[in-house]
Design a protein around this ligand. Structure first.
Ligand SMILES: Cc1cc2nc3c(=O)[nH]c(=O)nc-3n(C[C@H](O)[C@H](O)[C@H](O)COP(=O)(O)OP(=O)(O)OC[C@H]3O[C@@H](n4cnc5c(N)ncnc54)[C@H](O)[C@@H]3O)c2cc1C
Length: 456
């Protein structure tokens, strides 16, 4: 093989979920001389869960990679140019609307299994996906550019120049990274720092439990107003809310009930994260609410329960030539429907960085550092906004410092309207920035960092 045909380096991606496969698609487009392998722990490619919404920022990346056409061909209801969002105070019999908003950010609702399939179909090197390869740990040479050793549960190993952990919110790559960082801090006698680093190994319970299901609009409910509102409706009460929106050309109502469990927030979640549960588990929570809520809950059968676990705010996404991406780096609550989009942004940027001619075996570590400096603050800001949205939907104002500051009285209309205004403002980040403009600035930052390192 001529030297010019040789891959400039080899990337191992752990996890073939939405973000791992999207990174691979981006590497094929933006870094064709970088070789990659994807190691997936499962024995087959399966995406569980129902819907996923792509807003304009992720959609820009689908257009840039040509995936937009594939997605529109196989999936979705097409473009949703503007959505009316209603907020009601519903934890009383005579519920009322306190805010009406129009979300003008174009969005595309999809079935997540179909998105995953579209990504996989686009991948030319699908033979580079290795199933039943459950990552356990990595060994990175302390100095120099020797290969990183990747270890799997079945006792086998692989090597690479760059290791990317795209293995989800329970990431074993993150666990390996933060165990090693903590050990290094301990070896230097920095016990407090080591304890802080260990805190990032496991995800923690966000305090939110979500019950999701769909209701087919047939029979007696077909004409009922609660099942025929066109946009999103949030039925809010203290520490709980119900969200409904139509899918499949209005034939089906998508429903999610969110219940906050305050005393377990921030703990390691004890039970299974997801299970199908009986209506009794959530129906009682909405007793005494306005009649439309009772009517919807009555038809919520076989809901899927999700305990929402999140990644703590990491001090770094990178250790030498190992990087975290997607939920492994910033698993967040679903309250802004932005988690996967943030993972796509990680992959979009990382692949473009690795494809730059200036990024070589000598400079790849600098590229990962700049990736961390750019992606960590942005994705953590979105995670914080998502948390704020989640609280506001439960009629809690996250700007109140502690629980003691929460008003004991029923919220006044003025207080509710302020909450409505804040709900609108915490989504502003999607509108005020352009992903492609940000990409240009990021490339310049990378070039500056590489040239500074080379002149040292
Ligand atoms: C209820 C809910 C609704 C949501 N709605 C939206 C939405 O509308 N829009 C949006 O943008 N986001 C949404 N999200 C967030 C989105 O689902 C996630 O951000 C996204 O799926 C993360 O993808 P990922 O590839 O990083 O991780 P995952 O999807 O978790 O994939 C990780 C992959 O790694 C594999 N793996 C795990 N451990 C190992 C190991 N040790 N070795 C090898 N392989 C391993 C897994 O099998 C899996 O294939 C929602 C989340 C939830 C919970």
């Amino acid at each position: 093989m001529a030297e010019s045909d040789m891959p400039k380096f080899r990337v191992a991606i752990v996890g073939a979920g939405l973000t791992g496969v999207f990174l691979a698609v981006c590497l094929e487009k933006y870094a064709p001389n970088v070789e990659f392998d994807i190691y997936e722990g499962a024995s087959q490619m399966l995406e569980i869960g129902a819907g996923i919404v792509m807003q304009s920022r992720p959609w820009t990346m689908m257009q840039a990679t040509g995936l937009d056409k594939d997605l529109l061909k196989i999936a979705g209801d097409g473009e949703r140019p503007a959505v009316v969002v209603l907020f009601r105070k519903s934890d009383q019999v005579d519920g009322f609307q306190f805010s009406q908003q129009t979300d003008t950010d174009t969005s595309y609702p999809f079935h997540r299994g179909e998105v995953h399939k579209a990504f996989l179909d686009r991948l030319h090197a699908s033979d580079r996906i290795h199933l039943r390869k459950r990552f356990v740990s990595y060994v990175q040479p302390a100095n120099g550019m020797g290969p990183i050793e990747v270890r799997f549960q079945d006792g086998t190993t692989a090597t690479c120049d760059i290791l990317v952990g795209a293995d989800g919110v329970r990431s074993a790559v993150r666990a390996s990274m933060y165990s090693q960082l903590a050990q290094a801090a301990e070896a230097e006698g920095k016990q407090q720092e080591a304890d802080d680093l260990k805190h990032h190994i496991s995800p923690v319970f966000s305090g939110a439990t979500i019950y999701r299901t769909v209701i087919n609009k047939t029979g007696e409910i077909a004409a009922h107003p609660a099942f025929n509102r066109s946009g999103l409706v949030f039925y809010c009460g203290k520490d709980k809310h119900l969200l409904t929106y139509p899918i499949s050309q209005g034939r089906i109502l998508n429903v999610a009930a969110v219940i906050r469990v305050r005393d377990q927030e921030g703990d390691i979640y004890p039970g299974p994260w997801s299970s199908v549960v009986n209506r009794d588990e959530y129906a009682n929570e909405f007793k005494g609410w306005e009649p439309d809520v009772g009517e919807i809950v009555k038809h919520m059968d076989n809901a899927q329960k999700w305990a929402i676990n999140v990644v703590t705010k990491l001090p770094t996404y990178v250790d030498g030539r190992v990087a975290l991406l997607g939920d492994a780096a910033h698993g967040m609550g679903p309250h802004q429907g932005a988690g996967a989009g943030q993972g796509f942004e990680d992959g979009f940027l990382l692949a473009q960085f690795l494809g730059r001619p200036e990024v070589t075996r000598e400079t790849m570590q600098i590229a990962l550092q700049v990736y961390d400096e750019i992606r960590r603050p942005l994705s953590q800001k979105v995670a914080a906004f998502s948390h704020m949205s989640g609280m506001l939907h439960l009629l809690q104002d996250p700007e109140r410092i502690s629980q003691e500051d929460e008003p004991e009285h029923e919220l006044t209309l003025e207080e509710l309207r302020k909450i409505g205004d804040k709900i609108e403002r915490v989504k502003d980040w999607r509108r005020v920035s352009s992903l492609l403009d940000e990409s240009k600035v990021s490339m310049q930052r990378l070039m500056d960092a590489v040239s500074t390192a080379q002149t040292r």
